[in-house]
Design a protein around this ligand. Structure first.
Ligand code: SAH
Ligand code: SF4
Length: 346
């Protein structure tokens, strides 16, 4: 019989499991801390548990850590990208970006993605499977363990790796709760951000969640005609519906939304399109992140040259839209979404 993975238990499930086996419920809290505060990878490390319990646990359960099969560092050593192999041989990526004070981790929520954005390496690979909450938190624990060895910790987590987090809603939110749990990983909700392609009903569902997570929406085009092409799910949730939902989200949460816009050479980067984008966002509590596209092997789109990126930014700013150009981190290690995984497929 295959052993159950400890990462697949919620705290309540773990308490129920231990109680069923005749152990006191407080053991669940201890094990939880070993996993999520001390990043333990085996039961023997859990030294405040009696030896008989450590042995009994190891007989029934395992701590299935994802295997790093490729770790690449950018030449400036500030960005580290890891390709993990999961137990069923699927592979997902996570990226750590070091800034002066921040240590920002970008993690995956699905193996592949069903949304089919043609400029995206993950989209090109198609959908493989949803990650479990355990698969998602294990990426954070891997990096937290490495950072702890140097006296550092993860300060921010963005759900911007492979996959569409809101298409794997339950597992993503269970992961967020565990990462946020003060008795677990203990990362403030405001230090986490979900990036979505714009699944309007799921954005509405997010408004009900108690955790104050940041929201980023990948826009990439100011008109339905162009967005239908670049972000095919726009046909299901077109711009008017998406923007109305975003306005509702801001009203309900009083939190600013970040709009991501990957600038593609000659496609979505003209003066006129900057004006259309500014009109679309007029009066909203929002911020725009401009990212020059990181070209992928399988698509015809190229990144906009710097002068057009800055002209686009200037036009938005002149129209009163708060805008920054996002630094491209790890360009020399193919740190665009899903690009390392694709390298391993060929
Ligand atoms: N599915 C979610 C989150 C993962 S993608 C979403 O689409 O938002 C994270 C971000 O990377 C998105 O804004 C996405 O549009 C962007 N992205 C994907 N491929 C890219 C590329 N080749 N260059 C630049 N940004 C890219
Ligand atoms: Fe999926 Fe996001 Fe890539 Fe689109 S950009 S294919 S939604 S991962």
């Amino acid at each position: 019989m295959t052993k159950r993975n400890l990462y697949d238990f919620s705290k309540n499930e773990l308490t129920a499991f231990l109680t069923e086996q005749g152990h006191p419920p407080f053991r669940a809290g201890q094990i939880w801390q070993w996993l999520y505060r001390h990043y333990a990878t085996n039961f023997q490390a859990m030294t405040n548990l009696p030896q008989y319990l450590r042995i009994a646990l190891a007989e029934n359960l395992e701590i299935r850590t994802p295997q790093p099969i490729d770790i690449v560092q950018s030449t400036d050593r500030q960005t580290t990208r890891t390709l993990f192999q999961l137990a069923d041989m699927e592979a997902v990526e996570a990226v750590l970006m070091r800034y002066r004070k921040r240590r920002t981790l970008c993690i995956s929520t699905q193996a592949g993605c069903a949304m089919g954005c043609p400029f995206c390496a993950t989209g090109q690979m198609g959908f493989r499977r949803n990650l479990t909450a355990g698969d998602i938190v294990a990426q954070a624990l891997f990096y937290a363990r490495r950072l702890a060895a140097r006296g550092e910790r993860v300060t921010n987590i963005v759900f911007m790796g492979m996959g569409e987090p809101l298409a794997n809603y339950a597992a993503t939110w269970e992961a967020i709760r565990r990462l946020n749990d003060p008795e677990g990983f203990g990362l403030g909700a405001r230090m986490m951000t979900i990036s979505t392609v714009g699944l309007a009903p799921a954005i509405r569902r997010m408004m009900q969640e108690p955790e104050q997570i940041g929201l980023a929406v990948s826009l990439h085009a100011p008109t339905n005609q162009l967005r239908d092409e670049l972000v095919p799910v726009n046909r299901r949730y077109p711009l008017d519906m998406l923007m109305a939902t975003c306005r509702e989200y801001i009203d309900a949460t009083h939190r600013r939304i970040t709009f991501e816009y990957a600038l593609m050479d000659g496609i979505n980067d003209t003066h006129q399109q900057a004006g259309q984008l500014a009109d679309l966002l007029a009066g909203m509590l929002c911020h725009v992140n401009l990212i020059p596209l990181n070209p992928t092997a399988g698509s015809p789109y190229g990144g906009s040259p710097p002068e057009r990126v800055y002209a686009f930014r200037d036009r938005l700013q002149a129209k009163g839209i708060s805008t920054t150009v996002r630094l491209r981190r790890g360009i020399d290690i193919q740190a665009g979404c899903g690009q390392l995984r694709v390298k391993h497929q060929v």
